[in-house]
Design a protein around this ligand. Structure first.
Ligand code: ADP
Ligand code: NI
Length: 345
């Protein structure tokens, strides 16, 4: 998520700056998140040159990574300005880098300050005043926050609450089927973040899921398991796939259950409206049995979508638990269609 989005999640009415650490932004941001890095240092003359005030205790910053993604919010607790040569071992320790010694701090900061000062047309000396800032992390988003922000404002039926329902359904099916509940919940949480309809990408992409899992330190093995699931769960007409793992089957079932029943009906009309699709046209007949590529570009009426996908789902469930749940939801859709045609006249 971006700095403004993280700031609005935090909910404080105060000014803030957003910035990335100048040297190794990703590594240093991770150290801040881990609570190892609680201080930083910057060249005082550069603030003077820019006419910028130095930070003050109580001020907030959003820490960014190298891709301008917001990592966390910190608040300054202490700011001192001292000559480079007087920076203490205690400060070096709080910077949390390398072996946390003063010698290591000097080893990395001297070349860093030298080149930073050169860029500003200035020269580094050991007498240069350094702004030593100490801070605390006051807000760190969760992976769930990231996904919630990602889907904010969606009006296609793929909003955050869809993902949340799929997470909950996946958990309950996983318990019944004795699948790995946490893996199901994680895959469900990320199942739509690379959906081609929302991102404009291709089938089976996993860029966003990978980026988010990496950012939140998910183990490589788990990342791979999640990616294997979400690549395959989408409905693609006659090219529809079934994930190999039990966990994938569970999440696919949960996603499909949320496409059925009263909520499924509501989501379908929301999607149709968002794409400017007609609700119903008796002259336009349903065309099931499309291949993945045909399905992707094809547009019809929203009522036709029931015959092209929604009414087929009950026979496509992978698990016994979902098959049972699907019966009632299927009936709700059939009853809805009966009423719909009756009122249509
Ligand atoms: P999957 O979750 O298998 O990727 P989709 O994302 O394609 O499935 O579909 C999710 C929901 O979006 C569908 O159940 C339906 O409510 C809606 N939807 C998708 N395509 C259409 C369409 N062409 N017309 C109406 N609704 C659609
Ligand atoms: Ni979905």
């Amino acid at each position: 998520m971006k700095a403004e989005q993280l700031w609005s999640l935090f909910g404080a009415e105060a000014p803030y700056e957003a910035w990335a650490f100048g040297d190794a932004p990703d590594k240093l941001a991770q150290l801040v998140l881990q609570g190892i890095k609680t201080a930083t240092a910057s060249s005082y003359p550069l603030y003077e040159q820019e006419g910028e005030p130095i930070p003050r205790p109580g001020e907030y910053s959003v820490i960014l990574d190298s891709e301008d993604e917001a990592v966390c919010i910190i608040r300054d607790t202490k700011v001192t300005v001292i000559p480079y040569r007087e920076v203490t071992a205690e400060h070096a320790f709080k910077e949390g880098e390398g072996d946390r010694s003063l010698a290591y701090w000097q080893e990395v900061h001297e070349p860093f300050f030298t080149s930073e000062m050169e860029e500003g047309g200035l020269t580094f000396t050991e007498d240069m005043p350094v702004v030593c800032e100490e801070f605390e992390v006051v807000f760190r988003p969760t992976l769930e926050d990231e996904v919630r922000v990602f889907f904010a404002g969606d009006a296609t039926g793929h909003d955050w609450f869809h993902t949340l329902r799929v997470v909950r359904l996946s958990r309950s099916i996983a318990r019944e089927e004795q699948a790995d509940e946490e893996l199901c919940a994680l895959a469900a949480l990320l199942h739509d973040v690379d959906d081609y309809k929302l991102t404009g990408g291709g089938f089976g992409e996993t860029t966003n899921a990978r980026r988010l899992m990496k950012k939140y330190g998910i183990a490589e093995e788990t990342q791979q398991a999640v990616v294997d699931i979400i690549r395959k769960i989408s409905f693609k007409g006659t090219d529809t796939e079934v994930p190999g793992s039990l966990e994938g089957k569970v999440v696919q079932d949960a996603d499909r259950l949320d496409a059925m029943g009263a909520i499924g009906i509501a989501r379908t009309f929301a999607f149709g409206g968002s794409r400017g699709q007609a609700m119903y046209d008796p002259a336009v007949k349903p065309q099931p049995d499309k291949t993945a590529e045909e399905y992707k570009t094809y547009s019809s009426t929203t009522i036709n979508h029931f015959y092209e996908k929604l009414l087929l789902l009950k026979d496509m469930m992978n698990t016994e638990t979902a098959r049972t749940l699907a019966q009632h939801r299927h009936k709700v859709m059939e009853d809805f269609l009966t009423e719909f045609y009756e009122e249509w006249g």
